[in-house]
Ligand binder design. Structure first.
Ligand code: AMP
Ligand code: MG
Length: 412
């Protein structure tokens, strides 16, 4: 049996980032960019007006006020998107809209509210400062400047920046194909009529959803019967994927064949059993050259061990540097106990209470109680050597809910 840390280290060592692919910038949302982006143009491309108003020479308005306005001749109208045709000479102004290029000769814009239109002239009611309300060429981005670095995660802001630079495609790390193999003679698929001795392979769906959630592409391989040949065939087909995840058949039962197949021929099993609960009977190895994690079959064990080992692996494949869920410190609302020696992950609900987080378990912690996951937004990490934490003590909680919802779940 190995520690959670060693298991994680072994798995991550066997995983490398995938190659790059070119995608449309909107498809890059949430993905890691594989190139440095340099601006091919300045933003803004030309000096332009930050206000609707009048472009003028500041010197013409140095003594202007409400009672002694500067009267200027309006020589041109410059709507946004047009090019000014006239140069502004002393005593002149141009009516200008926000975003329109500032004409030659002008060095300030006075906003509409500080002016009064008087036929073909305008009265300027304030003294303008040199440069006022002009957005300078390149004030956001200079041509040639590096704006996004390789390895950054693309968010809406980066997409806006890429668009403004005229970049519609960028290189990002590929999304891994993750094969999901359910095992068990008792399993049936979602649409079959369940009989009392069959259960729906919920893992096929919860695991696929977890894969999607961290950016991978799930490849549903269906259900393997608890027979060697069937498992071998499913694993063989799964080797098209970048990562194989199986569930069930990895414990000590008579029909638990995953370990056996993971040690055959060119396959190599690197470890079996991790000092954690739920999720102890977990196997990892290589099926040929494809990493394969054999998750335990119980629905909660499968999900909790996915969170600990497979999510970081998928994120690493996708070029991410931050591989781990955030943890917070929270005040425990009940006593918790366990034996020393292995790490427990307790399904729990965190609530925010002013500046403080409080946390309680979500009831029965059996590894088949999926309801405890449905209600949870975090996992209390109960360390190996610890045996008791009393109500009121502080615990570390891993946040597993991307929505960061710290309210009570409705209906409970
Ligand atoms: P196993 O490790 O194969 O003995 O499975 C442990 C428990 O998990 C058994 O009660 C199985 O019925 C259950 N189980 C295994 N695979 C799945 C699955 N794909 N979906 C839901 N439950 C499962
Ligand atoms: Mg089984």
């Amino acid at each position: 049996m190995i520690s959670v840390e060693d298991a994680l280290k072994t798995i991550l060592n066997a995983i490398s980032p995938l190659g790059l692919e070119k995608v449309n910038i909107l498809d890059a949302l949430g993905r890691v960019i594989g190139e440095d982006v340099y601006a091919g143009r300045a933003i803004p491309p030309k000096d332009n007006s930050a206000m609707d108003g009048y472009a003028l020479r500041a010197a013409d308005t140095c003594s202007a006020s409400e009672t002694t306005p500067a009267i200027l001749e309006v020589v041109e109208d410059i709507p946004a998107g047009t090019i000014p045709e006239k140069r502004i000479e002393p005593g002149q102004a141009a009516r200008i809209m926000t975003g329109a290029p500032v004409p030659e000769g002008a060095d300030a814009v006075v906003r509409m509210e500080d002016t009064r239109k008087e036929g073909r002239q305008v009265a300027i009611l304030v003294a303008a400062k040199h440069g006022q309300d002009i957005r300078l060429e390149g004030e956001d981005v200079q041509s040639g400047e590096k704006v996004i670095s390789r390895g950054e995660v693309i968010r809406p802001a980066e997409i806006g920046m890429l668009a403004s630079l005229g970049r519609s495609f960028i290189s990002v790390y590929q999304r891994p194909l993750v094969a999901i193999v359910a095992t068990g003679d008792e399993l049936t698929d979602i649409d079959e009529t369940p009989s009392p001795w069959k259960i729906v392979s919920s893992n096929s769906y919860s695991l696929a959803a977890l894969v999607l959630n961290c950016g991978g592409i799930p490849m549903q391989m269906g259900i393997a019967k608890d027979r060697r040949e069937d498992l071998v065939a499913k694993f063989q087909a799964a080797r098209r994927a970048d990562l194989i995840v199986s569930s069930g058949g990895v414990s000590v039962g008579d029909y638990d064949l995953v370990k056996e197949v993971m040690q055959e021929k060119e396959n190599r099993m690197q470890f079996w059993r991790v000092a954690m609960k739920p999720g102890r009977p977990l196997a990892f190895g290589m099926l040929g050259d494809v990493p394969c994690v054999g998750l335990p079959g119980n629905p909660v064990s499968a999900m909790v061990s996915f969170e600990q080992f497979i999510r970081p692996a998928i994120l690493k494949m996708m070029g991410h540097v931050n591989l781990f869920r955030r943890t917070i410190q929270a005040r425990l609302g009940e006593d918790i106990n366990k034996k020393s020696g292995i790490r427990h992950f307790l399904r729990a609900r965190i609530q925010k209470d002013g500046d403080l987080y409080t946390v309680v378990t979500t009831g029965d912690q059996g590894s088949g109680i999926l309801k405890s996951m449905v209600r949870a937004n975090g996992l209390i990490i109960f360390p190996e050597e610890m045996t008791t934490v009393r109500a009121g003590g502080m615990v570390t909680v891993q946040l597993i809910d991307d929505s960061l919802d710290f309210t009570q779940k409705p209906g409970y």
